[in-house]
Ligand binder design. Structure first.
Ligand SMILES: Cc1cc2nc3c(=O)[nH]c(=O)nc-3n(C[C@H](O)[C@H](O)[C@H](O)COP(=O)(O)OP(=O)(O)OC[C@H]3O[C@@H](n4cnc5c(N)ncnc54)[C@H](O)[C@@H]3O)c2cc1C
Length: 409
């Protein structure tokens, strides 16, 4: 089966769904292909920062998004120190909106379905790129219902995340930026009476620092381990790991014993931040993690993916609405606009991640500590707003310039 569209988006994560929504709302023919049958991804995080909420506000969506189940966190802390205090930001949203991605993405996808030019196909994994005789990308193939389908598109946008199939098919390779991190990723139940409600952060009481994200009914927890020690840890037994969690956070001990009863309840992930040298081979654009893999440090990757999507729509919509072809220069402009802040954030992720790995490799058995120099820097009034600005706004704000193109519904 063969279909034709202007823009074919591969992947319905934050980058793909927001880009699809914006193009659909501007009356551009767009097809999103998502490999899974829902939007529930554990390995993504839930953090919507102020810079993203400001964009949603500017297109009339912030109020309805804030009516969906969420909670707000005002600080990200480590070892009892408020490392990042969002209340320093001059914004109507001086907090992180913690919202399950399944809720956020389903809401956007449902709204987008009301635009006549928007289409989404779930359970439609993309397999290959289609190219013309000059090697330019002209479409994709995907599998659905045991059949192979073809899509012809003026532009294919890869939003298929850090393991991007499209990137591999295009023969592109990520240049690593950060060190390789090995992460254990698991859930523990959350009780409404918990003292820590309203604060996500790094718990540093024990030998293994725990990065904790609050969700409505559970904590999503990342535990970064010393690279190469996963099999050693497993050999020590699950009880040993439960006890390590209890040393870091005594109120988690009982929950770890009841919930993490075997290693199947704990996912083991490898994460290494990096980026592509070029995001736009002919006929193709890669954005979000497909172009630049963000590590979990700072909880920012979703936001960087959404800012990429907004800037992509800003550049493409005026061209497509004028009936002009998309040129290489338009795609180069998207990379030029988005790459500097991504580089800056990845540099922060590199040094923060390295500090953590250095601590883990010392293996002294001592608890993780925030460096005194960093604590002093954070006490200086002019400096303490810099980190929240980079995390929450991406440094310089990205804005959506599309209101004049929105179709009436
Ligand atoms: C353990 C972990 C924790 C993290 N925590 C946070 C956090 O708290 N906050 C934060 O902001 N960021 C976090 N990040 C980073 C964040 O998850 C990513 O930066 C972000 O999800 C990138 O969004 P994306 O839309 O580019 O890609 P993704 O979110 O990866 O979405 C890609 C989509 O493409 C689909 N797909 C894949 N292959 C195909 C295919 N062949 N065909 C069709 N569809 C396909 C996938 O199913 C998926 O829906 C974390 C990352 C990791 C690894």
């Amino acid at each position: 089966m063969k279909t034709k569209t202007k823009v074919c988006i591969v992947g319905g994560g934050p980058a793909g769904i927001v880009l699809g929504y914006l193009l659909g709302r501007c009356g551009i023919d767009v097809l999103v292909l998502e490999s899974q049958d829902d939007f529930d991804r554990d390995f993504r995080g839930d953090t919507l920062h102020a810079g993203v909420m400001e964009i949603f506000d500017s297109i009339g969506l912030a109020d309805e998004i804030l009516k969906l189940p969420h909670h707000k966190i005002k600080t990200m802390s480590a070892g009892g120190v408020d490392l990042i205090d969002f209340s320093w930001l001059k914004t109507p949203f001086p907090y992180v909106t913690m919202m399950a991605q399944s809720v956020f993405l389903s809401h956007f996808a449902e709204k987008a379905k009301s635009f006549p030019n928007f289409q989404i196909k779930m359970k439609a994994p993309v397999r290959e790129l289609i190219r013309d005789s000059k090697g330019n990308v002209t479409g994709v193939t995907y599998r659905q219902d045991n059949e192979i389908h073809e899509v012809e598109a003026e532009l294919v946008v890869a939003c298929d995340g850090r393991g991007s199939r499209v990137r591999k098919e295009a023969g592109l390779e990520i240049d690593p930026v950060t060190d390789l991190m090995e992460v254990l990723w698991f859930r523990l139940p959350r009780h409404q009476t918990d003292q820590r409600y309203g604060q996500s952060g790094i718990i540093t009481g024990g030998r293994v620092p725990l990065i904790v994200l609050e969700r409505p009914n559970h904590y999503q927890i990342a535990c970064v381990i010393k690279p190469g020690t996963y099999s050693e840890l497993r050999a020590e037994g699950i009880e040993h790991f439960q006890n390590e969690i209890g040393k870091a956070a005594p109120d988690f001990l009982e929950r770890a014993r009841n919930t993490l009863t075997d290693w199947k309840s704990i996912a083991f992930l490898h994460v290494q931040g990096g980026r592509l040298a070029t995001w736009h081979p002919p006929g193709l654009l890669l954005i979000g993690d497909a172009a630049h893999i963000m590590t979990p440090v700072g909880g920012v990757g979703i936001n960087y993916a959404i800012w990429d999507a907004v800037e992509t729509a800003n550049q493409l919509v005026p061209v497509l609405r004028a009936g002009k072809p998309i040129e290489e220069s338009h795609l180069a402009e998207i990379q030029a606009l988005r790459e500097p802040s991504t580089r800056r954030m990845q540099t922060i992720q590199k040094f923060a991640g390295r500090r953590l790995l250095e601590f883990l490799s010392q293996d002294t058995g001592a608890a993780f500590k925030i460096p005194t120099a960093l604590k002093l820097i954070l006490a200086i009034p002019g400096l303490r707003s810099i980190l929240p600005r980079i995390i929450a706004l991406g440094g310089k704000r990205t804005r959506c310039h599309l209101s004049k193109f929105f179709i009436s519904q």
